[in-house]
Design a protein around this ligand. Structure first.
Ligand code: TA6
Length: 290
């Protein structure tokens, strides 16, 4: 079942419910800010200091990052324009196996001032009894190619960052943004004992299953499948792993809130990708809480 609602700051939301699972998406940034499994456990983290003023990007949830990751273009906000723009609900659908909402964002006078390209984003959120599925379609609706990044900046709810590990990225090279170098990941478990900010570079053009576990491999918390395509071809999906700890926590993330999330973010971000005129790129994340 899907319904419209009002969230924090009286912002418009869409709520999806399916067999006791639920999720809530703010039209501001098409930011998914809640995903509850049938046991009523909240699986997505939102900062207690998040600002819901309809202007600032919401701290937490699943911000949609496009057309830039970080701020290589200083004329554009950090992480681009999608997460702090108002999206439109294209459709909602309630079927036997899922409940779905589709959101759209098209270039407008505001975005053109920041990034002078025509684009259409379509963001499909599908809730089943056992999973949350997010699919972002990027269409170059202009007449010339453009360079872009795209990423789903997912904040996963966990008990304690020091007791959490990310697995499934062994063998990838990663850009370590804290150390300022590139390394090979040879650990089976990626622990985050301190401020961690890494881009695990997509290499094999196949979906790689990533898991978020309790450190020591005792229990898996989330099974993730991240996939990307460009112009219909499968592309290696980069995966960003981030936790700021206290030292890098932004103002709307008051410590000790950093303890309660890990970001594992699928994207096309290690380099800019060229999307030809009228072509489509896709990015998806399937989340299966264990
Ligand atoms: O995804 C990791 C990252 O790029 C970090 O470098 C940090 O900047 C984080 O995103 C949060 O960015 P934000 O603009 O939301 O404060």
């Amino acid at each position: 079942m899907s319904s419209t609602g009002k969230g924090k700051g009286d912002l418009d939301t869409i709520v999806l419910r399916h067999q006791k699972a639920s999720c809530e998406i703010y039209l501001h940034g098409a930011t998914l800010c809640s995903y509850k499994t049938p046991d009523d456990k909240e699986r997505i983290f939102v900062s207690p200091g998040a600002i819901f003023d309809g202007k600032k990007a919401i701290r937490g949830g699943v911000p949609v990052v496009f057309p830039q990751f970080g701020q290589p273009d200083k004329a554009m906000p950090q992480h681009g324009v999608a997460r702090n723009n108002l999206w439109t609900v294209k459709s909602t659908e309630d079927a036997k196996e899922y409940s779905r909402a589709i959101f759209t964002l098209t270039d407008n006078a505001e975005t053109r001032k920041l990034w002078d390209h025509a684009f259409q984003l379509e963001y499909e959120v599908t809730l089943t009894a056992v999973s949350l599925n997010m699919l972002l379609r990027v269409v170059n609706s202009g007449d010339a190619p453009f360079q872009f990044h795209a990423l789903l900046h997912t904040y996963f709810s966990i008990d304690e960052i020091g007791k959490t590990a990310v697995c499934g990225l062994t063998g990838r090279n990663y850009a370590d943004k804290v150390a300022g170098d590139t390394k090979l990941e040879d650990n089976k478990e990626i622990l985050l004992p301190k401020f961690t900010d890494r881009i695990y570079i997509g290499e094999a053009a196949v979906a790689k299953d990533v898991t978020i576990c309790e450190a020591g491999g005792s229990a898996t918390l989330y099974g993730l499948t991240n996939e990307a395509t460009l112009g219909g071809e499968t592309k290696p999906c980069d995966v960003v792993v981030w936790n700021p700890y206290e030292e890098a926590s932004p103002g709307d993330l008051p410590p000790p809130a950093f303890q309660k999330f890990v970001c594992v973010e699928p994207g096309l971000v290690n380099q800019f990708h060229e999307l030809p005129a009228k072509a489509t790129a896709t990015l998806s994340q399937k989340i299966v809480p264990m």
